[in-house]
Design a protein around this ligand. Structure first.
Ligand code: DGJ
Length: 693
């Protein structure tokens, strides 16, 4: 609900449990007043008159502004910096009014002298206690305006000494959580590569000694793929600021007369009961508003089994076994096209390799379809190999600078997706592929960052290519989906380099990481789940020793770990023993019976109450629940552990099977006393299904 007090000029955004309030102060500045638990009557808030603390702490500097701009006596981080045609680099905004459009509040600001319009958008997502913010800037003057910096929002958290969490890592080590204390100074997280990256992720979590179920948490996730920046700053004036938006690194946007720009949005929220509420609210928001409905299929992907050595006959053999064990979708990964026998050739030439498919791709597709499975295929459409025909014919289709070497990475260049003809080529190629073949699933990969970011076609706006590049990708996929409605798209960038709220919804699945080690995955999946929905988390069962960790983990544990997301199998199943086939059949069947709980239920990261390294996760969907327990290695004592469940109904009875025995316990018992689990040995795991009676 949006409430406006016309006389005091106080705006209140009310969600189910939270309130976000700001107002216009005596200086005409948009002042932040409150974000947190409900205060109910926002009129009790007083927009006190702020006086400068000293000449070095002027009013502009100490005012907690909703959208600070570059200009005047402001030295703090700003959300908008522009250069006007006459060289003025200074914005003085005035409040021009507001508009309410259903669940959106639009605050209208305008420069006092220049015809620059700044509209701040606030969308209230009542049910999930979220506020989505973004900004629209329009040049209504007759001359050009150059935007030098633009962020989606600034957020104010009324505390010092908070804890900040995000991810660090690298390829095959995505989603590694770090938490650090915020003190004076600034924390920056960013990406400069054109993909969101494997290290920092475009979101923030700030908490005040929170646990999963207690404490205050402020968070926000930016809906942008690629070059983002986040700044976290504890100020000298008793608060912590967060800014997120387009990375000003190598950025400039020239707005011609009557042109406008809308930033990506940031979805923000507040929880007064820990991280779990934060995750549930975000997950539920995505399930209701962003993600495509329906359960995700169990897929088989041939990458780890065959890599580039794709042969039709062998793929058919794999497809038959994939069907036998229960896969519903067969995906041919890299290596099916052009002269693709390794990383150095093929990208750009999206025709079927005749040596590998002497009777055409349809031979494989028909086999897959006759087996009753869906068919998927890997592509890397933003890239080109120097040896490809596409590059030979169009050497000017990549990002480059004159007189500079074009750097290859993984043997490839990045196509200049901001060029009309390139965008059309990519769209047409994929459209043809989807029109000529019965394809249900596209795994869209992007294996290198952008370098030599030259795009003369963008003229003055060359430096906006980082943003334009990803907009082209979004557009292509949106348009393809309009025409090929049922096709699912998986976002992959060298593993999990494209996990963000910008791409989510346009793409349906995330490839979470090339690290398919089942134990490492528990950590990756744990951190992923903080912000991102389980339904989009692809997890595969692969072979041991794992190519990366060299670890040997029992197949059952590997299945359990992968069953925590949308299940895939990436093993060389042609080498599976009879026992492995049988186990796979059982596990996949079990997954199909419970996947509605995994994909659509509420996810809980349960506590480990033991000295041993237990990893416990729970899913609850209405009257059903699942408990996953993992123990990599039992230690001294090798004693049982009590795992306290959550999200059940205290006064209801739950039935479940453990160690071959049917057990009935109350929700209160399971949540407050806990379920006794006894695992011993290495890489032990359990999956327990509970049904409310
Ligand atoms: C990187 C991806 O993460 C892998 O899953 C695989 O698709 C390879 N690229 C193929 O080149």
């Amino acid at each position: 609900m949006i409430k406006v007090n016309e006389s005091s000029k106080i705006f209140s955004l009310n969600t189910k449990n939270t309130q976000y309030v700001f107002g216009i102060d005596n200086e005409g500045l948009l002042r932040h007043l409150h974000w947190g638990k409900k205060i109910n009557n926002e009129d009790e808030l007083d927009i006190e008159i702020l006086n400068e603390v000293s000449t070095n702490d002027p009013v502009y500097e100490i005012t907690p502004e909703e959208f600070p701009v570059y200009g005047g006596l402001r030295y703090k981080e700003n959300c908008l910096k522009v250069k006007f045609a006459d060289g003025t680099r200074d914005i003085v905004y005035k409040y021009e009014g507001y508009e309410i459009d259903n669940d959106k509040l639009i605050i209208k600001l305008k420069d006092k002298y220049y015809n620059l319009i700044i509209n701040l958008y606030y969308k209230v997502i009542e049910k999930q206690d979220l506020i989505e913010r973004w900004v629209y800037v329009s040049n209504n003057s007759n001359e050009d305006i150059v935007i030098e910096e633009i962020y989606s929002a600034q957020l104010h958290i009324p505390y010092e000494n908070l804890r900040f969490s995000n991810t660090h890592g690298h390829w095959a080590a995505e989603q590694q959580k770090f938490t650090q204390n915020v003190s004076y100074g600034k924390i920056y997280i960013e990406n400069r590569r054109g993909i969101s990256g494997h290290n920092h992720n475009p979101y923030f979590i700030l908490d005040k000694n929170a646990t999963e179920t207690s404490g205050e948490v402020f968070f926000g996730a930016l809906r942008l793929t690629g070059n983002f920046k986040g700044i976290i700053e504890q100020t000298a004036y008793g608060e912590t600021l967060v800014q997120m938006g387009l990375n000003p690194y190598d950025f400039e946007l020239s707005l011609k007369s009557k042109e406008s720009f809308t930033t990506p949005s940031i979805i923000c929220g507040y929880s007064d009961c820990g991280f779990e509420r934060m995750s549930h609210n975000l997950h539920n928001f995505t399930k209701e508003n962003i993600l495509r409905k329906g359960l995700r299929p169990v897929l088989y992907n041939s990458w780890e089994a065959t890599e580039f050595d794709v042969k039709c006959d062998e793929q058919i053999k794999l497809a038959k076994v994939a069907k036998e064990i229960g896969a519903e979708l067969f995906v041919v990964d890299d290596g099916w096209f052009g002269e693709r026998n390794g990383i150095h050739n093929g990208l750009g030439d999206w025709y079927v390799n005749e040596e590998k498919f002497p009777n055409g791709l349809n031979q494989l597709i028909e086999e897959v379809k006759n087996l009753g499975m869906k068919f998927g295929i890997w592509v890397e459409p933003e890239m080109v190999n120097p040896l490809s025909k596409l590059y030979k014919d169009n050497p000017d289709w990549i990002y480059s600078f004159d007189n500079r070497e074009r750097t290859t990475s993984r043997g490839q260049y990045v196509l200049n997706m901001t060029k009309k003809e390139v965008k059309e080529y990519v769209y047409n190629t994929l459209d043809e592929l989807l029109s000529n073949y019965d394809i249900d699933y596209i795994k869209w990969d992007a294996n290198r960052p952008i370098s030599e970011p030259g795009a003369k076609n963008l003229g003055d706006n060359e430096k906006n290519l980082w943003y334009e590049h990803i907009q082209a990708v979004y557009d292509i996929v949106k348009n393809l989906k309009e025409k090929h409605k049922d096709v699912l798209f998986e976002a992959c960038a060298s593993g999990g380099g494209r996990i963000d709220y910008g791409i989510l919804g346009i793409f349906d699945d995330f490839w979470t990481s090339d690290n398919t080690d089942a134990y490492d995955r528990l950590f990756i999946q744990h951190t992923y789940s903080q912000i991102y929905p389980i339904k989009a988390m692809r997890s595969w069962v692969t072979d041991c020793p794992n190519f990366l960790s060299q670890r040997i983990i029992p197949l059952r544990f590997r299945y359990h770990s992968a069953m925590m997301g949308t299940l895939g199998i990436g093993s060389n199943i042609l080498k599976y023993s009879k026992d492995e086939i049988e186990l796979s059949k059982n596990m996949i069947e079990e997954y199909k019976n419970i996947r509605h709980i995994v994909q659509d239920g509420d996810f809980y990261r349960l506590e480990n109450t033991s000295e041993n390294d237990y990893h416990n996760f729970e899913y609850v969907n209405d009257d059903e629940a699942l408990l996953f327990v993992f123990l990599p290695q039992s230690k001294v004592g090798h004693r049982p552990v009590r795992i306290r469940l959550r999200g059940l109904e205290e006064d209801k009875m739950y039935e479940f099977k453990y160690n071959g025995e049917m057990i009935v316990k109350s929700g209160a018992y399971l949540m407050n006393y806990g379920l006794k689990i006894h695992l011993r040995g290495d890489y032990q795991s359990e999956l327990i299904y509970l049904k409310r009676r």
